[in-house]
Design a protein around this ligand. Structure first.
Ligand code: URA
Ligand code: CA
Length: 434
């Protein structure tokens, strides 16, 4: 086989065979195919798309390019949840113990935050003593015992995706549905999930700016998952404003604990119940989404979910007492309100600017190697649709520096206030089950 012939085939819109796709991915991972040919191939995919069969083959070839985690020693169907990236998205912290409390195992591999989006591992490390370095044996044992464990991403997972993603970044081929879908799904499959629930974000703070694009991406991923034998469902959720009220690591842990206690923000709670219902169904814990939702609500109201959270934290070395005493979390030195300069209704928020403001405070990383401050962040007091009086606090900044004027301006400028009443944002705009 010659790469030039396969580029030509894709350029002319002809479907590639399984063997041809494997040849390309294996050759590129091994360094036998050069970046210039791969770039042309990616651009051909960008314009000519891929069939469902090609997408599934591409996903499996990328998943097979490095380590594949074997979770077969864990009893039951292992469910993974993936979000395409948001601001203040605390769902994983809530969903792990919540779904585990319903008997469905959650063996989660998570990442750290970068840029305006946060990462689950950073958030969990805001709990004193908590660590994510578990051996495979301990990881499996903990999931069998408690039904939930969270570890950091292992070394050599999907090297083909790492190389391809870097190349796409500089060849204007990131924004292609078959390439995004196969990139995300290859990582889920290599990390051993039997069943996958996807939270595809849409809005200014998200990858997919429009509802239509988000639905297309979600359907592409659900098709890939089901085609390769992993039961997959998705939702489309709004990311035009941050999720919940808190943005920042310790602040989001507090919000997650409150949600497990049944006192969380309405949007975060609802998102967790909807995603959690899908996780319980694809994990075989319930027949219908309604039945699953009832189980999750019961796990919150009975205190079971919070109990599982404490066991999970303690099992990974963390101080579980935080669940009963939120002041044990890192606290910022300076707590300053951002006051509204006018009366009106919140019409719009720029989620990514708020995420960037939190990053500048130190809650997130500007580059991969930046140090973060677990205590700092932003707590919103208003969401889109809410009324605000002049002089009322729109948000509170938690900082460890007195020089926060730029951040305060950024938060204030990210909000649009009008004198007409505005509609609340619809949180979940689609449910994609097949
Ligand atoms: N996230 C990924 O992991 N891959 C993409 O291609 C886009 C977003
Ligand atoms: Ca939040």
């Amino acid at each position: 086989m010659r790469m030039v012939d396969l580029i030509e085939k894709k350029r002319d819109g002809i479907e590639l065979s399984t063997e041809e796709i494997q040849f390309i991915i294996n050759g590129y991972t091994a360094g036998d195919i050069e970046d210039y040919q791969m770039s042309a191939f990616l651009m051909a995919i960008y314009f000519k798309n891929m069939t469902e069969r090609e997408r599934a083959d591409l996903t499996l070839a990328m998943a097979a390019s490095g380590d594949q985690i074997d979770l077969s020693a864990i009893e039951g169907l292992k469910v993974d949840k993936h979000s395409t990236g948001g601001v203040g998205d605390t769902t994983t912290l809530v969903l792990g113990p919540l779904v585990a409390a319903c008997g469905v195992p959650v063996a989660k591999m998570s990442g750290r935050g970068l840029g305006h989006t946060g990462g689950t591992i950073d958030k969990l490390e805001a709990i004193e003593g908590f660590h994510v370095e578990l051996s495979t044996e301990d990881f499996i044992k903990q999931v069998n015992d408690l039904k939930v464990a969270v570890v950091g991403q292992s070394g050599n997972l999907t090297p083909a995706d790492k190389k391809l993603y870097a190349l796409r970044d500089v060849t204007a081929t990131v924004n292609s549905i078959p390439l995004i879908a196969s990139s995300i799904m290859s990582k889920k499959i290599a990390s051993g999930a039997d069943a996958i629930v996807l939270d595809v974000k849409t809005g200014e703070g998200a990858f997919m700016k429009t509802h239509e694009d988000a639905v297309e991406l979600a359907k592409a991923m659900v098709n890939i998952g089901n085609a390769v034998g992993r039961k997959t469902m998705a939702i489309i959720s709004d990311m035009s404003q941050p999720l919940g009220f808190a943005i920042g690591n310790a602040l989001e842990v507090k919000e997650a604990i409150e949600t497990l206690q049944g006192n969380g923000p309405e949007d975060l709670t609802e998102l967790c119940l909807v995603l959690g219902s899908q996780m319980v169904v694809v994990g075989g814990g319930a027949e219908t989404l309604e039945e699953a939702r009832g189980m999750l609500e019961e796990a919150i109201s009975s205190g079971k979910a919070l109990e599982v959270f404490k066991e999970f934290i303690a099992s990974q070395g963390g101080n579980a007492a935080v669940a009963d005493d939120l002041t044990l979390l890192p606290q910022a030195e300076f707590v300053t309100p951002v006051l509204s300069r006018e009366e009106g209704y919140i019409a719009h928020m720029e989620a990514d600017d708020i995420g960037t403001a939190a990053m500048l405070l130190g809650a997130g990383r500007a580059t991969k190697d930046s140090e973060i401050d677990l205590a700092v962040g932003i707590v919103l007091h208003k969401k889109v649709g809410d009324h605000i009086a002049a002089g009322e606090a729109i948000a509170t900044v938690h900082a460890n520096s007195e020089t926060i004027a730029k951040c305060v301006e950024m938060i204030y400028n990210s909000m649009e206030i009008t004198n007409q009443p505005t509609e609340k944002k619809e949180l979940i705009s689609a449910l994609i089950t097949e």
